[in-house]
Ligand binder design. Sequence first.
Ligand SMILES: [Zn+2]
Length: 270
Amino acid sequence: MERRAKAITSILFLEFLLLHNAVSQQTFEESAAASTLKQEPHHTHEVHCSRERSRAAWQIIEDYLMPFVEEEGYQISTKCRLHPDNDLFRDQEQHKIHLDVNEWRCGYCKKSFRAETFLDQHFDNRHYNLLNVNQTKCLADLCGALHCDFVMGSKLLKTKCNPAAAMRNRHLCESLADSCFPASQGPSASRLHELFLHQFCDDHTCSGKRKPFPKGGKKQINLLYMATSILILMLLPLFYLLYYLYQRDMKTGTQVLRRVSQVGRKAKPS
Ligand SMILES: [Zn+2]
Protein backbone atom coordinates (compact mmCIF):
# COMPACT_ATOMS: atom_id res chain seq x y z
CA MET A 1 0.00 0.00 0.00
CA GLU A 2 2.80 2.37 0.96
CA ARG A 3 4.66 1.61 -2.24
CA ARG A 4 1.58 2.36 -4.30
CA ALA A 5 1.07 5.66 -2.53
CA LYS A 6 4.69 6.51 -3.31
CA ALA A 7 4.19 5.60 -6.96
CA ILE A 8 1.10 7.81 -7.20
CA THR A 9 2.91 10.73 -5.56
CA SER A 10 5.83 10.41 -7.95
CA ILE A 11 3.46 10.26 -10.96
CA LEU A 12 1.70 13.39 -9.71
CA PHE A 13 5.04 15.10 -9.26
CA LEU A 14 6.13 14.12 -12.78
CA GLU A 15 2.90 15.47 -14.26
CA PHE A 16 3.36 18.73 -12.40
CA LEU A 17 6.94 19.01 -13.67
CA LEU A 18 5.89 18.37 -17.27
CA LEU A 19 3.10 20.91 -17.10
CA HIS A 20 5.22 23.50 -15.40
CA ASN A 21 7.94 22.97 -17.98
CA ALA A 22 5.59 23.38 -20.91
CA VAL A 23 4.08 26.60 -19.63
CA SER A 24 7.26 28.25 -18.45
CA GLN A 25 9.47 27.21 -21.35
CA GLN A 26 8.97 30.45 -23.22
CA THR A 27 9.60 32.69 -20.25
CA PHE A 28 12.60 30.60 -19.32
CA GLU A 29 14.10 31.02 -22.79
CA GLU A 30 13.57 34.74 -22.63
CA SER A 31 15.17 35.13 -19.23
CA ALA A 32 18.05 32.87 -20.24
CA ALA A 33 18.68 35.01 -23.29
CA ALA A 34 18.58 38.12 -21.14
CA SER A 35 21.10 36.76 -18.65
CA THR A 36 23.61 35.69 -21.30
CA LEU A 37 23.30 39.03 -23.00
CA LYS A 38 24.80 40.73 -19.96
CA GLN A 39 27.91 38.55 -20.23
CA GLU A 40 28.63 39.39 -23.86
CA PRO A 41 31.40 41.85 -24.61
CA HIS A 42 30.02 45.29 -25.18
CA HIS A 43 30.18 46.78 -28.65
CA THR A 44 30.12 50.51 -29.06
CA HIS A 45 28.87 52.40 -32.05
CA GLU A 46 26.43 55.23 -32.56
CA VAL A 47 23.27 53.32 -31.64
CA HIS A 48 22.22 54.08 -28.07
CA CYS A 49 19.04 52.11 -27.91
CA SER A 50 18.54 48.86 -26.06
CA ARG A 51 17.63 46.02 -28.39
CA GLU A 52 16.39 43.92 -25.49
CA ARG A 53 14.08 46.61 -24.13
CA SER A 54 12.90 47.55 -27.63
CA ARG A 55 11.96 43.91 -28.12
CA ALA A 56 10.08 43.88 -24.82
CA ALA A 57 8.21 47.04 -25.79
CA TRP A 58 7.34 45.54 -29.17
CA GLN A 59 6.06 42.37 -27.52
CA ILE A 60 3.87 44.43 -25.19
CA ILE A 61 2.40 46.33 -28.16
CA GLU A 62 1.78 43.04 -29.97
CA ASP A 63 0.19 41.33 -26.97
CA TYR A 64 -1.75 44.06 -25.20
CA LEU A 65 -2.59 46.61 -27.89
CA MET A 66 -2.67 45.09 -31.37
CA PRO A 67 -5.51 42.60 -30.66
CA PHE A 68 -7.77 45.59 -29.92
CA VAL A 69 -6.45 47.68 -32.83
CA GLU A 70 -7.09 44.78 -35.21
CA GLU A 71 -10.55 44.25 -33.77
CA GLU A 72 -11.38 47.86 -34.63
CA GLY A 73 -9.76 47.55 -38.05
CA TYR A 74 -7.78 50.70 -37.27
CA GLN A 75 -4.59 51.75 -39.10
CA ILE A 76 -1.92 53.29 -36.87
CA SER A 77 -0.23 56.21 -38.63
CA THR A 78 3.53 56.57 -38.99
CA LYS A 79 3.30 59.70 -36.80
CA CYS A 80 2.56 57.36 -33.90
CA ARG A 81 5.73 56.14 -32.22
CA LEU A 82 4.22 52.67 -31.85
CA HIS A 83 4.14 52.20 -35.64
CA PRO A 84 6.51 49.40 -36.83
CA ASP A 85 8.46 51.93 -38.96
CA ASN A 86 9.40 53.76 -35.77
CA ASP A 87 11.18 50.77 -34.28
CA LEU A 88 14.90 50.93 -35.00
CA PHE A 89 15.29 47.16 -34.75
CA ARG A 90 12.11 46.08 -36.51
CA ASP A 91 13.77 45.24 -39.84
CA GLN A 92 16.49 43.17 -38.17
CA GLU A 93 14.03 41.42 -35.88
CA GLN A 94 12.01 40.44 -38.93
CA HIS A 95 15.16 39.01 -40.49
CA LYS A 96 15.57 36.50 -37.69
CA ILE A 97 14.84 32.96 -38.78
CA HIS A 98 14.17 30.61 -35.87
CA LEU A 99 14.73 27.14 -37.35
CA ASP A 100 15.05 25.06 -34.21
CA VAL A 101 15.39 25.53 -30.43
CA ASN A 102 19.15 25.94 -30.89
CA GLU A 103 19.28 27.30 -34.41
CA TRP A 104 18.83 30.91 -35.40
CA ARG A 105 19.64 32.18 -38.88
CA CYS A 106 20.44 35.65 -40.15
CA GLY A 107 17.96 36.56 -42.87
CA TYR A 108 20.45 38.89 -44.60
CA CYS A 109 23.48 36.61 -45.02
CA LYS A 110 22.04 33.18 -43.98
CA LYS A 111 24.65 32.57 -41.30
CA SER A 112 23.48 30.26 -38.47
CA PHE A 113 23.79 30.71 -34.70
CA ARG A 114 23.18 28.60 -31.62
CA ALA A 115 21.28 31.25 -29.69
CA GLU A 116 19.34 34.42 -30.33
CA THR A 117 21.89 36.49 -28.41
CA PHE A 118 24.64 35.48 -30.86
CA LEU A 119 22.44 36.53 -33.74
CA ASP A 120 21.81 39.83 -31.95
CA GLN A 121 25.57 40.30 -31.65
CA HIS A 122 25.99 39.42 -35.31
CA PHE A 123 23.43 42.08 -36.27
CA ASP A 124 25.29 44.61 -34.10
CA ASN A 125 28.65 43.73 -35.64
CA ARG A 126 27.88 42.96 -39.27
CA HIS A 127 24.63 44.67 -40.14
CA TYR A 128 24.61 47.78 -37.98
CA ASN A 129 24.65 49.90 -41.11
CA LEU A 130 21.09 48.68 -41.66
CA LEU A 131 19.96 50.32 -38.45
CA ASN A 132 18.20 53.54 -39.14
CA VAL A 133 19.90 55.75 -36.59
CA ASN A 134 17.33 58.22 -35.39
CA GLN A 135 16.68 59.25 -31.81
CA THR A 136 12.91 59.27 -32.12
CA LYS A 137 12.86 55.71 -33.42
CA CYS A 138 13.95 53.98 -30.25
CA LEU A 139 11.05 51.91 -28.98
CA ALA A 140 12.91 51.25 -25.72
CA ASP A 141 12.42 54.95 -24.89
CA LEU A 142 8.71 54.22 -24.52
CA CYS A 143 9.35 51.46 -22.00
CA GLY A 144 8.43 53.67 -19.06
CA ALA A 145 4.95 54.22 -20.49
CA LEU A 146 4.50 50.63 -21.66
CA HIS A 147 5.47 48.84 -18.43
CA CYS A 148 8.48 46.94 -19.86
CA ASP A 149 9.93 46.45 -16.37
CA PHE A 150 6.75 44.80 -15.21
CA VAL A 151 6.81 42.38 -18.14
CA MET A 152 10.56 41.74 -17.95
CA GLY A 153 10.31 41.07 -14.20
CA SER A 154 12.95 43.68 -13.45
CA LYS A 155 14.03 44.53 -9.91
CA LEU A 156 12.91 48.11 -10.39
CA LEU A 157 9.40 47.11 -9.33
CA LYS A 158 10.53 46.17 -5.86
CA THR A 159 11.96 49.60 -5.19
CA LYS A 160 9.77 52.34 -3.77
CA CYS A 161 7.47 54.12 -6.20
CA ASN A 162 8.85 57.45 -7.38
CA PRO A 163 5.99 59.97 -7.81
CA ALA A 164 7.97 62.14 -10.25
CA ALA A 165 8.84 59.13 -12.43
CA ALA A 166 5.24 57.89 -12.31
CA MET A 167 4.06 61.32 -13.42
CA ARG A 168 6.61 61.42 -16.27
CA ASN A 169 5.54 58.00 -17.48
CA ARG A 170 1.90 59.02 -17.30
CA HIS A 171 2.55 62.10 -19.45
CA LEU A 172 4.48 60.04 -22.00
CA CYS A 173 1.70 57.47 -21.99
CA GLU A 174 -1.01 60.09 -22.55
CA SER A 175 0.95 61.73 -25.34
CA LEU A 176 1.16 58.33 -27.04
CA ALA A 177 -2.60 57.92 -26.75
CA ASP A 178 -3.12 61.38 -28.27
CA SER A 179 -0.72 60.92 -31.19
CA CYS A 180 -1.67 57.32 -32.00
CA PHE A 181 -5.43 57.56 -31.58
CA PRO A 182 -6.46 61.17 -32.23
CA ALA A 183 -10.17 61.78 -31.66
CA SER A 184 -10.34 63.49 -35.06
CA GLN A 185 -9.83 60.08 -36.71
CA GLY A 186 -13.35 58.91 -35.90
CA PRO A 187 -15.17 56.67 -33.44
CA SER A 188 -12.77 53.71 -33.52
CA ALA A 189 -9.83 56.01 -32.78
CA SER A 190 -11.77 57.46 -29.85
CA ARG A 191 -12.58 54.02 -28.51
CA LEU A 192 -8.92 52.95 -28.82
CA HIS A 193 -7.84 56.20 -27.16
CA GLU A 194 -9.99 55.34 -24.14
CA LEU A 195 -8.72 51.77 -24.14
CA PHE A 196 -5.08 52.85 -24.36
CA LEU A 197 -5.47 55.17 -21.35
CA HIS A 198 -7.12 52.42 -19.35
CA GLN A 199 -4.77 49.64 -20.46
CA PHE A 200 -1.44 51.49 -20.18
CA CYS A 201 -1.74 54.92 -18.51
CA ASP A 202 -4.09 54.62 -15.53
CA ASP A 203 -1.58 52.48 -13.68
CA HIS A 204 1.15 55.17 -13.67
CA THR A 205 0.46 56.27 -10.13
CA CYS A 206 2.02 55.63 -6.75
CA SER A 207 -1.28 54.96 -5.02
CA GLY A 208 -2.62 51.43 -4.97
CA LYS A 209 -1.31 48.10 -6.16
CA ARG A 210 0.40 47.90 -9.54
CA LYS A 211 -1.62 46.04 -12.11
CA PRO A 212 -1.15 47.14 -15.72
CA PHE A 213 -3.07 45.76 -18.73
CA PRO A 214 -6.47 45.39 -16.99
CA LYS A 215 -8.07 44.64 -20.36
CA GLY A 216 -5.88 41.56 -20.85
CA GLY A 217 -4.12 40.52 -24.04
CA LYS A 218 -3.31 37.87 -26.58
CA LYS A 219 -0.68 36.02 -24.57
CA GLN A 220 -2.80 35.54 -21.46
CA ILE A 221 -5.65 34.02 -23.41
CA ASN A 222 -3.32 31.67 -25.29
CA LEU A 223 -1.45 30.61 -22.17
CA LEU A 224 -4.61 29.95 -20.23
CA TYR A 225 -6.04 27.93 -23.10
CA MET A 226 -2.81 25.97 -23.51
CA ALA A 227 -2.44 25.28 -19.78
CA THR A 228 -6.04 24.06 -19.51
CA SER A 229 -5.74 21.70 -22.48
CA ILE A 230 -2.42 20.30 -21.24
CA LEU A 231 -3.84 19.83 -17.77
CA ILE A 232 -6.87 17.93 -19.06
CA LEU A 233 -4.76 15.79 -21.39
CA MET A 234 -2.38 14.90 -18.58
CA LEU A 235 -4.93 14.34 -15.85
CA LEU A 236 -7.07 11.98 -17.93
CA PRO A 237 -4.61 9.02 -17.91
CA LEU A 238 -3.86 9.72 -14.27
CA PHE A 239 -7.56 9.50 -13.46
CA TYR A 240 -7.83 6.14 -15.24
CA LEU A 241 -4.73 4.86 -13.47
CA LEU A 242 -6.13 5.82 -10.06
CA TYR A 243 -9.48 4.29 -10.96
CA TYR A 244 -7.75 1.06 -12.04
CA LEU A 245 -5.72 0.91 -8.82
CA TYR A 246 -8.83 1.56 -6.76
CA GLN A 247 -10.71 -1.21 -8.53
CA ARG A 248 -7.84 -3.65 -8.05
CA ASP A 249 -7.65 -2.70 -4.40
CA MET A 250 -11.37 -3.40 -3.92
CA LYS A 251 -11.03 -6.81 -5.63
CA THR A 252 -8.07 -8.00 -3.52
CA GLY A 253 -9.80 -6.57 -0.45
CA THR A 254 -12.93 -8.70 -0.98
CA GLN A 255 -10.76 -11.73 -1.81
CA VAL A 256 -8.88 -11.35 1.47
CA LEU A 257 -12.18 -10.93 3.31
CA ARG A 258 -13.57 -14.07 1.67
CA ARG A 259 -10.46 -16.03 2.58
CA VAL A 260 -10.60 -14.79 6.17
CA SER A 261 -14.25 -15.69 6.50
CA GLN A 262 -13.61 -19.15 4.99
CA VAL A 263 -10.73 -19.78 7.42
CA GLY A 264 -12.86 -18.51 10.27
CA ARG A 265 -15.71 -20.86 9.32
CA LYS A 266 -13.36 -23.86 9.10
CA ALA A 267 -11.72 -23.08 12.44
CA LYS A 268 -15.07 -22.71 14.18
CA PRO A 269 -15.73 -25.76 16.30
CA SER A 270 -19.02 -27.39 15.37
ZN1 LIG B 1 24.08 38.30 -41.35
